[in-house]
Design a protein around this ligand. Structure first.
Ligand SMILES: *[C@@H]1O[C@H](CO)[C@@H](O)[C@H](O)[C@H]1NC(C)=O
Ligand SMILES: *[C@@H]1O[C@H](CO)[C@@H](O)[C@H](O)[C@H]1NC(C)=O
Ligand SMILES: *[C@@H]1O[C@H](CO)[C@@H](O)[C@H](O)[C@H]1NC(C)=O
Ligand SMILES: *[C@@H]1O[C@H](CO)[C@@H](O)[C@H](O)[C@H]1NC(C)=O
Length: 450
């Protein structure tokens, strides 16, 4: 009987197996997968749940598989007990604000490169009747599934897995794109979902009834599974929770992202030597490269994360959703926010409006603006010089006419040629900046980002 939903919590990935594959004769049952056998690591009496820890769902992403998409797991001899496993290496380069969540994240345990493991919490009754579940992020610290399984009265199987983070999971830019090594963390999550899809029935789970839960970067990931390849890739889940979605707005593939790649490469001792060198570099060197990218990024930036690559992620998900480019066969979706999302991410040095503007400029360096622009001020700039009286409002601001003339130059250039950059004012008291287009896309997919 397979009447129980499978839950996937975004962040990490994992999966399960059933009756004829799990022997429940021994005190701790074994899960037989085609590439290895895992014995449950523990049985939790309180919740009547078997816990399978550290099942490999992909080959170790090391050596020539470093910076490569997750490969199928290798054959492992003998019975695994789940005692061997690591979280993925993560670093923020800065400390979160105080508070229970901040303290937890700040105390993150060190990880290792060989980290593509997942945990599966199987209610004992699922062996007989069927059930399943899963989660994203680094699975060890927060994503213990026991309480969830208990609360479900043993009607859900819970799966949580790791995915590569930081530079190991999320290098971007033109060079990374050419080497097919962008958004690897998303591909890891996908591998965990595929694992679940393939094996969850072995423990009584229903692969047609998977839910995916994510918070913060996990929630951003859920959005990216729903908009993958313009919404054309089946995310392999039916229901989802997107809680406080987070995504850094890094879109400048030829500029900032490529520069970050070069900074990373140089810091890792591989300047101009490319991916072959990075695959053999020591982790210490990679860490040095990662630190260099953090140093070049705005304070409180995570520096590495999902980024547009023209493939999996063509565009920021908000724009894909707006354009209808998302997976349509979702049965149910919960989206939520908390009342104070920003607090733990804002540097304590930001204490005034001026500092806030300065900070925003770091985040959006391609922004063409005069600080403090109010709603409608662009209309004044567009029609400056007319006798309508509009410009009177700006008489007090002596620099405004020059800004307005420069601003007009984009609009006139676009009206004349279709290209806002051709006749934009490049010099004078208020020079303009080139307006960026998303590059590397197919012509019919070309979209302006800003
Ligand atoms: C679990 O069982 C309790 C007590 O019977 C019930 O109130 C609750 O709705 C059940 N929860 C689920 C998710 O089945
Ligand atoms: C990248 O992937 C594409 C399509 O899968 C393939 O044609 C190309 O050879 C790959 N490039 C590299 C450097 O692996
Ligand atoms: C999914 O589970 C529900 C019960 O929660 C069940 O009614 C439904 O038939 C299942 N879907 C599939 C495709 O098995
Ligand atoms: C570490 O990175 C810095 C740049 O941030 C570079 O100057 C230095 O040479 C690097 N150290 C090593 C050992 O590669």
């Amino acid at each position: 009987m397979r009447s129980f939903p499978l839950i996937l919590l975004a962040g990490n990935g994992a999966a399960l197996a059933t009756s004829n594959h799990i022997s429940s004769i021994a005190p701790l049952p074994e899960l037989k997968l085609p590439y290895g056998t895992w014995q449950a690591t523990a049985y939790d009496e309180d919740t009547d749940t078997y816990i399978f820890k550290n099942i490999r769902f992909a080959a170790p992403p090391v050596g020539q598989l470093r910076f490569a998409k997750p490969a199928p797991p290798l054959l492992i001899e003998g019975v695994q007990t789940g005692k061997i496993g690591n979280d993925c290496i993560s670093t923020t380069g800065w400390a979160f604000g105080a508070g229970s969540l901040g303290n937890l994240v700040n105390s993150v345990i060190p990880g290792a490169e060989d980290c593509l493991f997942l945990d599966v919490f199987v209610p004992k009754r699922a062996f007989l009747e069927g059930a399943a579940a899963k989660l994203p992020g680094n699975k060890q610290q927060v994503y213990d599934g026991l309480a969830i399984v208990k609360q479900s009265n043993g009607s859900l199987i819970y799966v949580s897995g790791n995915y590569r983070l930081g530079a190991l999971g999320f290098l971007g830019g033109k060079t990374a794109e050419e080497n097919n090594m962008t958004n690897l963390g998303l591909w890891d999550q996908r591998a965990a979902l595929e694992w679940t899809n393939k094996y969850i029935s072995l423990v009584g789970g229903d692969p047609e009834n998977v839910s995916c839960w994510g918070e913060s970067a996990g929630a951003g990931s859920v959005m990216l599974h729903l908009t993958a390849f313009g919404g054309k890739q089946d995310p392999l889940f039916k229901r989802a929770v997107i809680a406080s979605p987070f995504l850094e707005p890094r879109t400048d593939r030829n500029g900032i992202l490529e520069a970050n790649f070069r900074t990373f490469e140089a810091g890792a001792g591989c300047a101009g030597k490319g991916v072959a060198c990075l695959r053999t570099a020591s982790l210490r060197n990679l860490e040095n490269g990662s630190n260099a990218v953090f140093k070049a990024s705005p304070d409180r930036a995570f520096a590495f994360g999902p980024i547009p690559d023209g493939q999996w992620m063509r565009q920021l998900p908000a724009l894909e959703f707006q354009s209808g480019n998302h997976w349509k066969n979702l049965e149910s979706l919960i989206v939520s926010h908390v009342s104070n999302e920003a607090d733990i991410f804002i540097p304590t040095s930001v204490t005034s409006n001026a500092k806030w503007q300065e900070y925003l400029t770091q985040w959006y360096p391609d922004q063409y603006s005069r600080m403090g622009g109010q709603h409608g001020v662009d209309v004044l700039a567009t029609y400056i010089g007319t006798k309508t009286g509009l410009s009177a409002a700006q008489n007090a601001d002596k620099a405004f006419p020059a800004f307005a003339k420069a601003y007009q130059s984009y609009l006139l250039s676009q009206a004349k040629t279709g290209d806002p950059n051709m006749y934009r004012l490049k010099s004078g008291p208020s020079p303009t900046i080139p307006l960026e287009k998303v590059s590397f896309l197919q012509p019919d997919e070309e979209v302006t980002v800003l």
